[in-house]
Ligand binder design. Structure first.
Ligand SMILES: Cc1cc2nc3c(=O)[nH]c(=O)nc-3n(C[C@H](O)[C@H](O)[C@H](O)COP(=O)(O)OP(=O)(O)OC[C@H]3O[C@@H](n4cnc5c(N)ncnc54)[C@H](O)[C@@H]3O)c2cc1C
Length: 499
C-alpha cells in the first residue's frame, strides 16, 4: 500500500548504523547532513497521494491494494508506457538528479520477482523467497539500496584472493552468515532494506562459491554498518544558493557486514556463481532496469537542455551560431534517448510469466552512450555560462546593503537580477559544484564499467552474423559485376581487334 512521506520518514527511525565524518548518525531524519534528502524522498511518496497524480503514479493489484506503479509487472506495451510515465513524473520532480529514487530498485525487484523460476534453479525455496519478497516490498512500499561490487582493493586478483569482499563464512539452520564489505550503497541512509546482489563476473570455481549470493535484509540488521562519504549537503546558506546540493545528495556508502545473519527466507541465490553471473541478463530484469534509468536519463538531459535554453535567453547569446550548435547537441541527446525508450517499448519482447520486456538493444545504446553524452551536457552548460556561473552572488545579497548594485548589475537581457541569480545558481549546481561532479561520476559508472559494457556489447550483439553476411553477399555481387565488366571489356577488345 502506498506510503505517505510521513510514514516513510518514520520508517527511517530505527537501529540502523550509519557513520559519517567519524561519528554515528543518531537519526537521518533530523541530522542536517541527511534531513533535507530524506524530506525530498518523502515528497515523492506524498505525490502518490495527490489526487491529480494518483492514477499516473499508482495502480491497483488484483488483491485490491493501491501500490506504486514502479512495481507493475508489465503485460503489454501500454503497461511499459504507463510505467515510464510514472518514472518520468518522479524524475522530472528532481530534474533527473536523484538516480536512486525508490522506483529504481522497485523495478529491479519486480523484474526478479517476475522471473522467480530462475532463482528456483538453485532450489525451489529460493524461487519462492524472491517472489514473496517482491510481494512484500510492493505491499509495504519500501525503499531499497543495493550493493553489487566488492571493495576496490586489488582489481588484478580474483575476489577470493582478497580479504575484504563480503563472503558467506557459515551456515546455520537460521540462515547464512556474511562477513566482509561491499560497495557502493547509494541511498543507504534513506533506505529500508539493502539488497546484496552479484554483479561482477565470478569464476565457476569452488573458491568463488562463498561470494556467489543474492539476499536482502533490513538496514537495521545486527552487525551491518555503513560508512558514508562526506556529505555534499551544505551546512548553512540558503537552499536557493545550492538548489540541488541542499536537497538531493542521495549519498554513497560502503556496507560492512560483521558476522551478519541473513535468514534463509531472504536468500535468493546461495553459493551458485553461474546463477549469480546470469541473474541480470537471463531473468530479463536488466531490460526493465534499463527502461527505468533511460527514463531518468531523459528527464536529466531535458532538464540540462532547459537550463541551457534559459541561459541563452537570459544573457542574449541565443543568436550566435556556435551557441545554437552547442544547444543542438543537447537536443540530439534528448531526442536520441527519447527515441531509444520509445523503440524499446514498441519492439518489446515476451518475458517470463506473461510479462513483456522492453527491447534491450535501444536501451543498451542509451546505457553505453549516456556515460559519454552526459559529461558533454555539463561541458556545454559551462561553455555557455562562462563567467556568468561565477559572477552570481548568494541570494542574501539581494536583501543586503548592496541590493541596489545587485539589482542593477546582475540583471540579464530578459530577466531581472533575482531570476538571473536563481537560474545561474541552478546552472552552477548542475555543472560546477561538488554535486555536479558526483552526478557526472554517477553517470559514468552507476550502471557498470563503460569499458567492460562496451566489450560485452561487441561480444553479444545479436545481429553480428547477419551484418557480416550482408557485407560478403555484397562482395559476391561486386565480384559478379566485376566479372561481367571484365567479360564486356574482353569482348569489346576482341571486337576492336577484329574490326
Ligand atoms: C556515484 C556512484 C554511485 C554508485 N552507486 C552504486 C550502488 O548504489 N550500488 C552498487 O552496487 N554500485 C554502485 N556504484 C558502483 C558501480 O557499480 C561501479 O562504479 C562500476 O561497476 C565500476 O566498478 P568500480 O567502480 O569498482 O571500478 P573498478 O572496477 O575499480 O575500475 C577502475 C578502473 O579500472 C578499470 N578496470 C578495473 N578492472 C578491470 C577489468 N577486470 N577489466 C578491464 N578494466 C578494468 C576500469 O575500466 C576503470 O577504469 C556506484 C558508482 C558511483 C561512481
Amino acid at each position: 500500500m502506498i506510503r505517505t512521506g510521513r510514514q516513510y520518514l518514520d520508517s527511517l527511525r530505527d537501529e540502523r548504523e550509519i557513520w559519517i565524518d567519524g561519528e554515528q548518525v543518531r537519526d537521518v531524519t533530523t541530522d542536517p547532513r541527511f534531513r533535507p534528502v530524506a524530506e525530498s524522498i518523502a515528497e515523492l511518496y506524498d505525490m502518490q497521494h495527490d489526487p491529480s497524480l494518483q492514477e499516473k503514479l499508482t495502480y491497483t493489484t488484483p488483491e485490491g491494494d493501491r501500490v506504486g506503479l514502479s512495481y507493475i509487472e508489465p503485460k503489454s506495451q501500454a503497461d511499459l508506457v504507463r510505467r515510464r510515465e510514472m518514472v518520468k513524473a518522479w524524475m522530472d520532480w528532481t530534474g533527473g538528479m536523484m538516480g536512486r529514487s525508490p522506483d529504481f530498485m522497485n523495478v529491479h525487484m519486480t523484474g526478479f520477482g517476475s522471473a522467480f523460476e530462475y532463482f528456483g534453479r538453485g532450489g525451489e525455496r529460493f524461487g519462492k523467497n524472491i517472489r514473496n519478497y517482491y510481494e512484500y516490498l510492493r505491499k509495504n512500499d519500501l525503499a531499497l539500496t543495493h550493493t553489487l561490487i566488492n571493495p576496490q582493493t586489488d582489481r588484478s586478483k580474483p575476489v577470493h584472493q582478497q580479504n575484504t569482499a563480503a563472503a558467506i563464512i557459515k551456515e546455520t539452520d537460521a540462515g547464512i552468515m556474511v562477513h566482509g564489505a561491499r560497495m557502493i550503497a547509494t541511498l543507504a541512509p534513506f533506505s529500508n532494506d539493502i539488497a546484496v546482489f552479484p554483479s561482477t563476473f565470478l569464476q565457476l570455481s569452488d573458491e568463488a562459491r562463498p561470494y556467489a549470493f543474492a539476499f536482502s535484509i533490513p538496514m537495521a540488521t545486527k552487525g551491518l554498518r555503513f560508512i558514508c562519504r562526506p556529505a555534499i549537503t551544505p551546512r548553512g546558506g540558503r537552499v536557493q544558493d545550492y538548489p540541488f546540493s541542499s536537497r538531493l545528495d542521495e549519498m554513497d556508502c560502503v556496507a560492512i557486514f560483521e558476522n551478519v545473519l541473513v535468514p534463509w527466507e531472504r536468500v535468493f541465490i546461495h553459493q551458485e556463481p553461474k546463477l549469480g553471473n546470469g541473474m541480470f541478463a537471463e531473468t530479463g530484469a536488466m531490460n526493465q532496469i534499463m527502461h527505468q534509468f533511460a527514463t531518468k536519463n531523459l528527464a536529466k538531459a531535458e532538464f540540462m537542455l532547459g537550463v541551457a535554453l534559459n541561459m541563452a535567453d537570459a544573457v542574449g547569446i541565443g543568436g550566435f551560431q556556435h551557441v545554437q550548435n552547442y544547444v543542438h547537441e543537447m537536443i540530439n541527446t534528448v531526442e536520441l534517448v527519447r527515441s531509444c525508450i520509445r523503440a524499446s517499448e514498441v519492439d518489446c519482447v515476451p518475458g517470463p510469466n506473461g510479462t513483456v520486456l522492453p527491447n534491450e538493444q535501444p536501451l543498451l545504446t542509451v546505457r553505453t552512450l549516456f556515460p559519454q553524452l552526459y559529461p558533454r551536457l555539463v561541458e556545454i552548460i559551462q561553455i555557455l555560462g562562462a563567467s556568468g556561473l561565477v559572477m552570481v552572488p548568494s541570494h542574501e545579497e539581494l536583501v543586503g546593503e548592496r541590493a541596489a548594485d545587485v539589482e542593477r548589475y546582475y540583471q540579464g537581457a530578459t530577466i531581472p537580477a533575482d531570476k538571473r541569480i536563481e537560474l545561474f545558481r541552478i546552472a552552477w549546481d548542475v555543472s560546477c559544484s561538488s554535486f555536479a561532479g558526483r552526478q557526472t561520476l554517477y553517470e559514468r559508472y552507476f550502471s557498470g564499467d563503460p569499458w567492460r559494457l562496451a566489450m560485452l556489447r561487441y561480444q553479444n550483439y545479436p545481429r553480428q552474423q547477419e551484418l557480416k553476411k550482408r557485407v560478403w553477399e555484397f562482395a559476391d555481387r561486386t565480384a559478379e559485376w566485376d566479372k561481367r565488366e571484365q567479360e564486356r571489356k574482353d569482348s569489346r577488345e576482341k571486337t576492336h581487334v577484329t574490326a
